[in-house]
Design a protein around this ligand. Structure first.
Ligand SMILES: [Zn+2]
Length: 168
């Protein structure tokens, strides 16, 4: 079983040492995320590699999770699969942000240790669509609306009329 990630680490020190981390974290342990989930059982899985080789200190990785959201249409639970990549350039003052490559987001390092879990929680929150909805017609209202549209489309289609004539 994969082990649990550390909640906080010294990002800069990890980058200088080119540390790689891999592990899980329970979704129930993420307070902000739990507020928007229909069910916060389960866990996230992440790989994070800190590096110093690119001319700046870097933290990048991937995060995978299956979130249970409430569908905004029928209010029933739905699964939202997350598989995201992220890349941050670690900076200690705002000016250093200008020196980062364009595909690298700046992360301003403050204090002794930084929360790895906060970074991962932010990634999950960003992955959630504004209006999460089932792909299929999940409410009776929507099913009826689509049925009505289909009937109207057939009515306005001249070929459908011909078809009716032939049947006579
Ligand atoms: Zn739905």
């Amino acid at each position: 079983m994969p082990k649990q990630l550390p909640e906080t680490v010294d990002f800069l020190k990890q980058a200088e040492r080119n540390v790689r981390l891999e592990g899980v974290w329970p979704l129930a342990g993420l307070e902000r995320l739990s507020e928007v989930l229909g069910d916060n059982s389960g866990e996230l899985y992440a790989k994070v590699s800190f590096s110093s080789g690119a001319g700046y200190l870097c933290m990048q990785g991937s995060i995978d999770a299956v979130l249970v959201l409430n569908c905004q249409r029928c209010l029933e639970p739905m699964q939202h699969e997350v598989s995201e990549r992220f890349k941050f350039g670690l900076i200690t003052n705002e000016d250093e942000a200008d020196e980062l490559p364009t595909d690298t987001e700046p992360y301003l390092v403050e204090g002794e240790e930084q929360s790895l879990i906060d970074v991962l929680e932010d990634e999950l929150l960003l992955s959630i669509p504004i209006a999460a909805m089932h792909q299929e017609e999940c409410s009776e209202y929507l099913r009826q609306l689509n049925e009505k549209r289909r009937v109207e489309r057939e009515k306005s289609n001249p070929f459908a009329v011909l078809k009716d004539l032939k049947l006579d």
